[in-house]
Design a protein around this ligand. Structure first.
Ligand code: C5P
Length: 227
């Protein structure tokens, strides 16, 4: 997968990639850390561009690395690069503002989920196209989950059969995502959370193990093995 891909569909994808990746240890912005010799962002964008639905990719880069990211992605896929913000939410808002008016479906995809298969992008896009205003990919929770107190004592065991771990890309009708961001007064860790807050039903589709979020050094080691 080294060829320059073309983008050709009706879906715009926003890629927040402006985080510092503190939990990954020292070494600069997370999206620019290497996986198999290439930055996470390159892996992520390459896979997005291979999804036939994707017609526009907007990356929110660290403000001091916009020119570097433009150069980095020039041989990967046609992308627009904007300066990200102080929070993930601000970075998504900045990218959303740069989407051309004719895209009615917008996906939001963390650069940290660098190995997300194009098939997952297609499945989220198809669910939005099929009429859902907000769509998230989810996986069942495999660990037993407990609620604990500040002192570390177990308060209760949560019924994991009703829980799901949430991935990206998350897909939205454009008007839903715009409204959700306009209405957001506090910080959310994902965009579907903002849609929930304004009463939009959020539909789930099956996620993919390969779409793991690369957050800690262990995740990077797992991703190296998957490559
Ligand atoms: O910090 P976290 O792992 O939740 O970040 C998720 C995604 O949001 C990453 O791809 C990161 O680069 C991005 N992000 C961003 N702007 C920020 C913080 C995080 O684009 N200010």
């Amino acid at each position: 997968m080294t060829a320059h891909a073309t983008v050709r569909g009706d879906v715009a994808v926003l890629v927040p990639a402006a985080g510092m990746g503190v939990r990954l240890g020292p070494g600069g912005p997370k999206a620019l850390r290497l996986l198999g010799g290439e930055p996470l962002l390159v892996h992520a964008v390459r896979r997005l561009a291979l999804a036939p639905s994707v017609g526009c990719i907007v990356v929110a880069a660290p403000a001091d690395a916009v020119a570097d990211v433009v150069a980095l992605l020039a041989s990967v896929a046609p992308v627009t690069v904007v300066a990200g913000g102080a929070t993930r939410q601000a970075s998504v808002a900045a990218a959303l503002a740069a989407v051309p008016a004719d895209f009615e479906i917008v996906l939001v995809h963390d650069a940290a989920r660098a190995l997300t298969p194009p098939e997952l992008v297609e499945s989220v896009a198809a669910a939005v196209r099929g009429g859902h205003g907000a769509v998230i990919p989810v996986l069942p929770v495999v660990d037993t989950i407990k609620r604990v107190s500040d002192s570390g004592s177990v308060v209760e065991t949560v019924d994991r059969s009703v829980l799901r771990a949430v991935q990206t890309p998350q897909g939205f009708r454009r008007d839903v995502l715009v409204k959700a961001h306009e209405a957001a007064v506090d910080e959310h860790t994902d965009d579907a959370g903002m849609a929930e807050r304004i009463g939009i039903p959020v539909h789930t589709v099956p996620g993919a193990e390969a779409a793991l979020k690369i957050t800690r050094p262990f995740d990077l080691a797992v991703a190296e093995l998957l490559l």
